[in-house]
Design a protein. Sequence first.
Length: 144
Amino acid sequence: MKNLAILMIALIVSGCGYARAGKWEDDAGNWKRAFQSTQPEEVVVVHSLYWRTSHWSFEAGYLFEIQPNEALRNQLLTENQLHELRASELAESERPCFGECPKWFAPKSLEDYEVWGYSNDPSSRFRVFIERSTGRIFVGDYQV
């Protein structure tokens, strides 16, 4: 009976996300946590942040700053059905940060970026910011 109770507690805890909850900054594992894939060798991550709560439902978010990469830029924009958001549509809330953004995430004015979102899911918080002057790529999303 004691072993059954221990097993039930372990299943509940792992099912609620307690085992995978946390916050990781500039951690090499963030790419895999966010995208469930191996980071391509040609993609250079400058900064990253991944967080996940211990809530029973999936609550998590990620932010990345990536060095300019034309191939990744093209892949993001074409394979994900993204469309550029017009300046008139943009508000400071377009930054996909849950709470305050880290100082490194798309720190300039929104006019300094191309801002992209899903064309087939306008309520999605997924955003790609491409800095117009440098080509730096900022990607972020969260779900609560």
